[in-house]
Design a protein around this ligand. Structure first.
Ligand SMILES: [Zn+2]
Ligand SMILES: [Zn+2]
Length: 423
């Protein structure tokens, strides 16, 4: 089963199945962490293909796309920003796990046993449930996770709207597994658990009958993304909905779900999408009197304030009517096409940078990351129609030319391979 070529070994069949967690232990068990494929990176063409499929199905069924281009680009921008730190180091979810495994493990379950595989599947999903629940119930954790909920649409692109900060708290909830489960098995399930949650972000699948009893489904997760009062703090599941049923946080979809934050942020700027709630916590922290109250601002629910229960009052959640219109960009169609082209070019650089990271110098890596962040920011400014957007975009184009001249960026797309790297 040990396979030194594992990093290249994800077939098209496996690629499709991994998006739904339909994998066999025998094909996804590895002895060492280094052999575990980067399934999430190899999923890019499947993300794109499924998003295009959703677009087509939505056109056929409803005569309109499944969401706005502005919202989708903001979601993809967040996804890209959340992955950039991995260009420089292994994720903290793996680093901390390996440290605990090497120093404090109690027993070593066999890495090649199907029983270890199934136990890890359950363990990671259970850890995810509690991480996710705390990410909604603890304000400082919500500062990261709110990014994922900031879209007022609901389609496959929403799944990619990921937080830069969230990983710095999620690792805690998986660490008990490091006492007995090998890192290579954990690293496989951590990725599949994330990938499984991609396809459930859609409105084109209504109800899946008996599967709704066990699995987290599009219907269950739509409730999770709702800002209707009945949706708040419900359905925290990753793969199995059983955890919500067991711990009393399950809610079935009934009235029309209105998506997004209870107080919409009305922006497509990536830094605001990622960090605006941290600023809220900072100002609330200093405005709240008393040491214990300040402590509570950080560690109680986002809706808490002095005199209220830990998770705030549900009657303070703004009521929804079902007719709310999602925030959208006022940019012209021509500007949106320009933005889309710039985003596609940047995505090619992004994929190429990940593919070549082992051979690129740290300086080139750093400059490319800065250029990617600059591009995402400029796209946000253009979509938001900010006054400084034209200045920023001109500056970005100059930076692009300078990076090309100095050899840190390639001016032409030599990376048509990005969409088919695993075939
Ligand atoms: Zn959530
Ligand atoms: Zn979600």
């Amino acid at each position: 089963m040990k396979n030194p070529e594992a990093q290249q070994d994800v077939s098209v069949s496996q690629g499709i199945r991994m998006m739904f967690y339909v994998m066999k232990p025998s094909e996804t068990s590895f002895q060492t962490l280094e052999e575990v494929p980067d399934y999430v990176r190899k999923a890019t063409p499947f993300f794109i293909s499924l998003m295009l499929l959703e677009l087509v199905v939505s056109w056929i069924r409803k005569g309109k796309p499944s969401g706005g281009l502005d919202d989708a680009l903001a979601s993809l921008s967040a996804g890209i920003m959340s992955r950039l730190p991995r260009l420089f180091s292994r994720s903290i979810e793996l680093t901390s796990y390996v440290y605990i495994w090497e120093n404090y493990r109690l027993i070593s379950l066999p890495w090649d046993s199907p029983w270890t595989w199934y136990l890890t599947f359950l363990g990671v999903d259970f850890g995810y449930y509690w991480f996710h629940r705390m990410a909604h119930e603890v304000n400082i954790m919500w500062a990261g996770h709110q990014t994922h909920h900031s879209s007022e649409g609901y389609n496959l692109s929403t799944a990619l709207r990921q937080s830069v900060l969230q990983i710095y708290t999620s690792w805690i909830f998986y660490s008990p597994l490091a006492l007995f489960i090998p890192p290579s098995v954990y690293a496989v399930h951590l990725q599949f658990n994330l990938l499984y949650q991609f396809w459930i972000h859609t409105e084109v699948i209504d109800n899946l009958g008996p599967l709704e009893l066990i699995l987290n489904t599009p219907s269950h997760h739509r409730v999770h993304h709702g800002r209707n009062r009945y949706c708040i703090d419900r359905n925290f599941a990753g793969t199995l909905i059983i955890w919500d049923r067991i711990f009393g946080t399950f809610e079935a979809e009934n009235e029309k779900v209105v998506y997004g934050l209870t107080h919409p942020i009305n922006t497509f700027e990536p830094f605001k999408v990622q960090f605006h709630h941290l600023v809220n916590i900072w100002t609330t922290f200093w405005a709240t009197p008393g040491f214990f109250n300040k402590f509570s601002v950080i560690f109680k629910g986002p809706g808490w304030s002095p005199g209220k229960p830990r998770l705030g009052l549900i009657e303070e959640i703004p009521e929804v009517e079902g007719k709310e219109i999602p925030f959208s960009s006022s940019a012209s169609q021509l500007l949106k096409i320009y933005v889309l082209v710039q985003f596609a070019l940047m995505l090619a650089f992004y994929e190429e940078t990940f593919a070549d990271k082992a051979v690129l110098s740290q300086v080139t890596l750093l400059l490319r990351v800065c250029f990617i962040i600059l591009t995402l920011t400029s796209i946000g400014f253009l979509l938001d129609q900010r006054r400084k957007a034209a200045v920023l975009e001109t500056f970005r184009c100059l930076v692009f030319l300078m990076l090309c001249r100095s050899g840190h960026l390639k001016p032409c797309l030599s990376s048509s391979s990005f969409a088919f790297e695993q075939s």
